[in-house]
Design a protein. Sequence first.
Length: 317
Amino acid sequence: MSYATPPGWYPDTGAPGTERWWDGTAWTAHTRPLAAAPAAPEGFGPPSLPLPHQRGPQDGSGGGNRTKVLAITLSGVLVLGAAVTGAVLLGRDDSGTSATPTTTTSAPAPVTTPTPTPTATSSAEPDPDEDPSVLVDQLNGVTLPVPAGWEKPDNTTEDVPIIRTEQSYDCPGGSSFCYHGTVTTHTARGTESDPRALAEADIVTAADRAYEEDVLGRRIHGGITSHKVIKAQELSVAGRTGYLVRWRVTTGKGPGGYVQSLAFPSSVGTETPVIVRFAFDADVADLPLSLMDTITRGIRPLGDSATSGGVGASIGP
């Protein structure tokens, strides 16, 4: 029986000092410097013993204290001797034979050393993965804000990072269920790295996946009958120069919708381009096109110190 290695960063034997991303089935083009080993937490280690000069008062009366201790010790010896003598005398029986005294001794209590307890630091950063208002794409090194009324499901048919409207409905084609709005992130494939070329090529795929047929080959909106380019421009995304293309598509069934492909270089590893796909149904009051722009402006590099990687960037329509 074989076990699959889970996705994650692993040392790159071909490039010492770097790590490469394993996606669960194959090595990807993503690399990064080898992470430094974490430092030992503060507060751990053996307790330190007091120094000799810390064991007693240093007020010049040390000699007098030692005299007092000696006198008290001698007095204790005399008292103990008298007690033992009396016990021996009282222990004789009528024949003058000395009875053997029985002594009971108790073992000294073990000395325990307190174990330091680690304390939580107030400066710990919140984990973006636990924040429902942020979608985290670890592989591509970006975060996206999750609008109010949207969700980020754990499992989808495409197995990619996704946010979508919470409520689903029966697709116009009647073969499945649909969502009024979805946004997904993808790693660009192939050797093309120009954001404009990537966006212009990907918009066809974005439209087909949203309104032509799904990944299972079902025509969920009756297919696309026509489209119109309503926006194509260069812009800054997560501090990098990107490019977006937006279409209005008309479908055989239902109101159709809007699709957008946004491409820009990643800020991690080899800067492999990232593609973010948008799909909004038309004629939905809670899905204005301005929401596409708001989500686009909210994309941040993972770990962005100015925004905590996008944490807390909840938005509404």
